[in-house]
Design a protein around this ligand. Structure first.
Ligand code: PRP
Ligand code: URA
Length: 243
C-alpha cells in the first residue's frame, strides 16, 4: 500500500527551493516537506486570476471557486493510499489497476470551508461529511471553537479537512486537534486549502508534521491584520455574498 503522505508533487524535489513555481516568494524559500502544491496550468492560473480580482462578481467568484476546488480536491485524492488489483476487461485480458484502501470523511471548517462541499459531493458519491465550526476573532485573529459533529467511526477514515484560506494556521491547528482528540491519526489527515502562505504552512508543519497539506497556491506573506497577501480578501464573505 502506498503511503498517504507520498510526496513530493509537481516533480519538485523535497527540500529544494521552489521560487520558480511560487511567484512572489524569496528565491531561497523552501516548502515544508508535508506540503503539496496543486499542479499549475494556464487554466488554474486563469481561474486564480478571476477569484483574486476585486472586481469579480459574486456569481463568477462562486463559479470559478467551485471549478478550482474540484481540481484541488482531485489533486489531493491522488495521494490517497491504494493497493494493486487486477480486473478482467470484456476482452478477456486482465488490467493491472489499483483500488483505494481507506474510507473518507470530508470535514469543512464552517463557514468558508463549506464552500468546498459542492466540489466534494460532485467528486465523491455518498461522501460522509463532518463539521467543525471555528471562527477567527477579527480583533485578536485567534481561532475559537464553537461546535463539532463528526461520524462515530472517524478514527477509521482518512479525513479531508477543508478550508479555503490558510493564514496564521490557528483555525486549521484547532480543527486538527479536534480530529486528533476524536481518534484520527495525524497521518490520516489531509488539510486542503486554496490559498496559503509560508507562515501558516510553517505553523502546521511545526505542530502536526504528519498532516499532509494540499494547497492551490502559496502567497507571499501575512499583513498586520493576518490577511494573506496578495490573497483574495475574505473567502467566506466573497463566496457567501456577505461582503
Ligand atoms: C477564515 C478562513 C479560515 C481562517 C484562516 O475564516 O476561512 O478559517 O480565517 O485564518 P487563520 O489561518 O489565521 O486561522 P473566518 O474565521 O474569517 O470565518 P468565515 O469562514 O466565516 O469567513
Ligand atoms: N481568512 C480569509 O478569508 N482571508 C485571509 O486572507 C485570511 C483569513
Amino acid at each position: 500500500a502506498e503511503n498517504s503522505n507520498k510526496r513530493p508533487a509537481n516533480g519538485l524535489p523535497e527540500g529544494q527551493p521552489v521560487a520558480k513555481k511560487l511567484r512572489g516568494l524569496p528565491e531561497t524559500y523552501v516548502l515544508p516537506p508535508n506540503v503539496i502544491v496543486m499542479r499549475e496550468t494556464m487554466q488554474t492560473r486563469g481561474m486564480f486570476t478571476i477569484i483574486r480580482d476585486e472586481k469579480t462578481t459574486h456569481q463568477d467568484f462562486v463559479f470559478y471557486f467551485d471549478r478550482l476546488s474540484r481540481l484541488l480536491i482531485e489533486e489531493a485524492l491522488s495521494y490517497l493510499p491504494a493497493e494493486e488489483v487486477d480486473v478482467m476487461t470484456p476482452t478477456g485480458e486482465a488490467y493491472p489497476g489499483i483500488r483505494w484502501t481507506r474510507n473518507l470523511c470530508g470535514v469543512p471548517i464552517i463557514r468558508a470551508g463549506e464552500a468546498f462541499e459542492i466540489a466534494l459531493r460532485g467528486i465523491l458519491r455518498d461522501c460522509v461529511i463532518g463539521k467543525i465550526l471555528i471562527q477567527r476573532d477579527e480583533e485578536t485573529t485567534l481561532p475559537k471553537l464553537f461546535y463539532s459533529k463528526l461520524p462515530k467511526d472517524i478514527s477509521e477514515r482518512t479525513v479531508l479537512l477543508l478550508d479555503p484560506m490558510l493564514a496564521t494556521g490557528g483555525s486549521a491547528k484547532a480543527a486538527i486537534q479536534v480530529l486528533i482528540d476524536s481518534g484520527v491519526a495525524e497521518d490520516s489527515i489531509m488539510f486542503i486549502n486554496l490559498v496559503s502562505c509560508p507562515e501558516g504552512l510553517q505553523a502546521i508543519y511545526e505542530a502536526y508534521p504528519k498532516v499532509c497539506v494540499v494547497t492551490g497556491e502559496v502567497d507571499r506573506q501575512l499583513n498586520e491584520r493576518a490577511y494573506i497577501m496578495p490573497g483574495l480578501g475574505d473567502a467566506g464573505d466573497r463566496y457567501m455574498g456577505t461582503e
